[in-house]
Design a protein around this ligand. Structure first.
Ligand code: LLP
Length: 426
């Protein structure tokens, strides 16, 4: 019996579906969604939660999230379309993004998304025109840049003043935008949104941003806006390796809700509807990736490279962010992890290293390697670099398993070629 994940033998999964293979536990995703209910939605009136679908979006994920009563944060026409095709209730969808195209806004309006989170004044103008033409009045929030830096990798930090996201708070850009929206018959402005960054383990930055937002709500009262909704973003950290110290959801949400109540009392404001939108926290730990170990190269006195049949194409995070992962040899999970090796991907790129210096159970070619915490930002960020077909995805549920997304084929890789000859042979 190999290493067991959600009641399934991972070696048997690798054999049945092939590798690399994304495995997502529906049970674990549902556990997180139900924690959102018990720790946040049920404890605080007038709240709502979204799943930030950029972390992982498939039709199955849409259906799971829909059935648990949570909404979706989407950032593109493709994500909107996927939600629509899954039959997701579109009024529970929030459309984000710093450069939404006209056709994406048109699609969002045609399919009836619940909120459009306007990122900048260019978009405000474009959206007004699109909405007027369509004869509907979308509900909007303004994304603002709170000027708060979360302590995380620079590439996934978004709250600092120097950010491409959101309307800056300095000067009177926001005042003018709020006035324009209030004067417009085309749009209904409900409030504001801020997201400070990702993979955060401390609630400090969230608390600072909550204060900044409520001061802003007070300031905008002066412009004539009664804020009815505040979206406080996502970003709660998860466990990748023993260096991470993830906190329960309540550590973040209790602190934010206490601060909301305190600031609203201090500023004599009615408490607006509060929305959160974690992505990674919902799916990351519910996912693993299975690889088959191939070549093992020992450089005496230097290091041993253990190569797997995937790499930066199915998980670009180590190459992009220096992200660290934990892993286990599925065939001998109980053996001592006393072989320190470096797990390399198969892309033609020296930087394609999945895990540097990890202690493993003496890997042997042909073994199955389990890499943990790959549920978020792996499938969704995968590429076909080196024309590696993207992996299949299997969904498990307490011992049961089924195919959710099939493996890409070589013909899929050529499907968009304009000059593909008809008689494909190999
Ligand atoms: N809301 C907004 C507006 C966001 O921009 C994001 C993430 C989230 C929510 C969800 O953040 P989460 O709870 O998943 O941390 N590719 C990077 C992460 C980029 C996150 C971008 N925005 C990674 O692999 O770490």
């Amino acid at each position: 019996m190999g290493y067991s994940f959600d009641g399934c033998d991972t070696v048997a999964l690798a054999r049945e579906y092939g590798t690399p293979l994304y495995v997502i536990s529906e049970r674990m995703v549902r556990e997180r969604l139900s924690e959102i209910r018990t720790a946040f939605l049920d404890r605080h009136d007038n709240t709502f939660a979204l799943y930030a679908s950029k972390a992982l979006l498939t039709l199955d994920l849409c259906r799971i999230v829909a059935s648990e009563g949570v909404g979706l944060d989407v950032v593109s026409g493709g994500e909107i379309y996927t939600a629509h095709r899954a039959g997701f209730p579109m009024e529970r969808v929030y459309f984000h993004g710093n450069n939404k195209a006209r056709d994406e806004l048109e699609l969002a309006i045609r399919l009836g998304v619940g909120r459009i989170v306007v990122d900048n004044v260019y978009e405000l103008d474009l959206l007004s025109r699109v909405a007027s033409q369509a004869g509907v009045r979308p509900r909007i929030l303004f994304r603002i840049t709170p000027g708060v830096a979360g302590h995380t990798h620079e590439y996934i930090s978004t709250g600092q003043v120097d950010s491409k996201f959101g309307v800056p708070l300095g000067g009177d850009v926001l005042e003018r935008a709020v006035r324009t929206a209030l004067d417009s018959d085309a749009l209904e402005l409900l409030g504001f949104h801020a997201h400070i960054g990702s993979q955060l383990h401390s609630n400090d930055a969230f608390r600072q941003a909550t204060g900044v937002l409520l001061d802003l709500v007070k300031r905008m009262e002066g412009v004539g806006l009664t804020t009815r909704e505040l979206n406080l973003g996502g970003g709660y950290g998860v466990h990748y390796t023993s260096d991470d110290d993830p906190k329960p959801l309540r550590y973040f949400t209790d602190a934010m809700m206490e601060d909301v109540a305190r600031h609203c009392a201090r500023l004599h404001l009615p408490v607006p509807r509060i929305v959160i939108e974690p992505g990674r926290w919902i799916v990351a730990e519910a996912g693993i990736t299975l690889y088959t170990i191939g070549s093992i190269k020992e450089i005496p006195g230097v290091r041993t490279y253990v190569s797997v049949d995937g790499g930066m194409a199915d998980n670009p995070r180590p190459a992009l962010y220096g992200a660290r992962y934990a892993a286990i040899v599925a065939d001998r999970p109980d053996d001592p992890a006393d072989a320190v090796v470096t797990v390399a991907g198969k892309c033609c790129e020296s930087g394609d290293i999945l895990i540097r210096d990890i202690a493993l159970q003496r890997p042997v070619s042909g073994d199955t390697l389990v890499v943990f915490t790959t549920g978020a930002y792996n499938h969704s960020m995968a590429s076909t670099y080196n024309l590696l077909p993207r992996p299949a995805m299997v969904i498990t549920d307490g011992g049961a398993h089924r195919l959710s997304v099939r493996r890409e084929t070589y013909d899929d890789l050529l499907a968009r070629e304009a000059t593909l000859p008809g008689d494909v042979r190999c």
